[in-house]
Design a protein around this ligand. Structure first.
Ligand code: DP6
Length: 344
């Protein structure tokens, strides 16, 4: 090991899945391929100080937005210990991590993707700095490590579009996410308006939801559907077919929630206002023919996806017709971004 101590600061964004990862197997491998857009503004910034360890745990401290966070500290500790087979150098180090999010902590936006992407990117970068890994392998290695923290975090390493999981066309792999090459130019600048319908923490975590796919009555059909949607969405994005894209985007979101409603036990994360937003968006689209489509992750908040070229008319509609359905009228406008990077 080189000098054996240092400090690094990283920034990693969140991402929104277009084709949903839902269900996992083995060591955090997805049961179906997924495709996502990496965001730009919703991100975690994380400072990792490391030094040679003289006893004690790998993770010396985890401070989130200035406060020692016990529950996240134990999740991150457990994570770091679980990757020592891939990163044995961690056994010789003690890490102190300071993390903060650019988005409000209580916004109901999943932060595990950006947080784990930042930590994993940091660990992979430390490995390079210690001379134990090749810089050329960084994105793949960081994505592999991020996957082991939280599946969707694997896709926050790069951008603007990432694919993860083996698909029939052989574009993606299970170990790590890769950038989706060559999309149509109309997908170069895409926006995501995140409507915060309910900011409280969700009742059922994604990890529990993934677990319920295990014996799910629709498991095989869902895997088949996700594969078909993955191929069709890819084709639509390559041809600049926004109608085809939107059709699948919305179907994926509804299918994810249908899986929750039909699992045993069943549960529901959508709120009455989530449904109202979807109805108003469909109606607006019918009336104006403008390309704005919804997607939803594991929660009640709605993401509206649209090309930046049409932002003016679409954002005027969002402000006038949808913010009354958001908690405290709150929404965040984000856009496609490039993924994790070292700041200092
Ligand atoms: C609905 O990545 O949060 O957002 O791997 O257990 O940490 P873990 O789950 P997580 O699941 C995300 C599920 C999803 C869909 C997606 O992002 O593809």
């Amino acid at each position: 090991m080189g000098q054996g101590s240092g400090q690094i600061t990283l920034r990693a964004p969140s991402n929104i899945a277009f084709v949903k990862y839902w269900g996992k197997t083995g060591r955090q491998y997805p049961i179906n391929p997924s495709l996502s857009m990496t965001l730009s503004h919703c991100a975690s910034t994380c400072r990792i100080a490391y030094q040679r360890r003289a006893g004690g745990p790998i993770l010396a401290s985890y401070v989130f937005e200035g406060t020692q966070n016990q529950s996240f500290q134990s999740r991150v500790s457990h994570y770091l210990e679980s990757i020592t087979d891939i990163c044995p150098f961690l056994n010789d180090l003690s890490l102190s991590i300071d993390s903060e999010n650019s988005f409000p902590h209580s916004a109901g936006i999943a932060s595990s993707a950006s947080a784990f992407a930042a930590i994993a990117y940091g660990v992979a970068q430390i490995k390079v700095e210690l001379g134990l890994a090749d810089a050329a392998d960084m994105p793949r290695h960081a994505s592999t490590l991020a996957r082991l923290g939280s599946g969707s975090a694997a896709r926050s390493i790069g951008g603007p579009y990432m694919i993860w999981g083996q698909d029939e066309g052989g574009e993606g792999v299970d170990d790590y996410a890769v950038q989706l090459p060559a999309v149509h130019s109309s997908f170069d600048t895409v926006k995501d308006a995140i409507l915060l319908i309910d900011k409280k923490q969700k009742d059922v975590s994604s990890s529990v939801g993934h677990g319920l796919m295990e014996g799910h009555v629709y498991r095989d059909a869902r895997i088949q559907q996700a594969n078909a949607n993955f191929n069709a969405l890819l084709a639509a994005m390559r041809h600049g077919d926004w109608d085809g894209f939107g059709l699948i985007l919305e179907a994926e979101a509804l299918s994810l929630h249908a899986m929750m409603m039909t699992s045993t036990p069943s549960y529901m994360l959508l709120a009455p206002n989530s449904l109202k937003v979807m109805q108003r968006v469909k109606q607006f689209r019918q009336e104006t023919q403008l390309p704005v489509y919804f997607t939803i992750d594991a929660g009640p908040n709605i993401h509206l996806i649209y090309p930046a070229q049409q932002a003016q008319a679409i954002e005027a509609f969002i402000t006038s017709d949808l913010t009354d359905l958001c908690q405290d009228g709150q929404m965040i406008i984000d856009e496609a971004g490039k993924g994790a990077h070292v700041i200092a």
